[in-house]
Ligand binder design. Structure first.
Ligand SMILES: [Zn+2]
Length: 91
């Protein structure tokens, strides 16, 4: 990630440890994705304590989160930044 925006020269890391808060955003996104896959799994495949379907969901969800990691990382940084910096068109 660049230190400054290439368009408006905004310093992205506003203060030391600024990106620390992205952990909370990332956590919220991860929980949201997990809840979405759980509901989808429950409706499409079903859940039961009698078989291993909950564990298959767990494995599927873990893999999905791993695949989505680069995307979720960037998304959480973008969301975190929009909490503090609002968009203003140049010119
Ligand atoms: Zn900019």
């Amino acid at each position: 990630m660049p230190v400054y925006c290439t368009v408006c020269q905004l310093k992205f890391e506003k203060e030391t440890g600024f990106w620390w808060g992205t952990g909370y955003v990332s956590y919220a996104l991860t929980v949201a994705v997990s809840m979405a896959t759980f509901v989808a799994w429950y409706i499409l495949i079903g859940m039961s304590v009698q078989d291993n379907r909950p564990f298959y969901w767990l494995a599927f969800n873990s893999l999905l989160l791993l695949v989505l990691l680069p995307y979720l990382m960037r998304l959480s940084r973008t969301l975190w930044l929009t909490f503090f910096v609002s968009y203003k068109p140049l010119g």
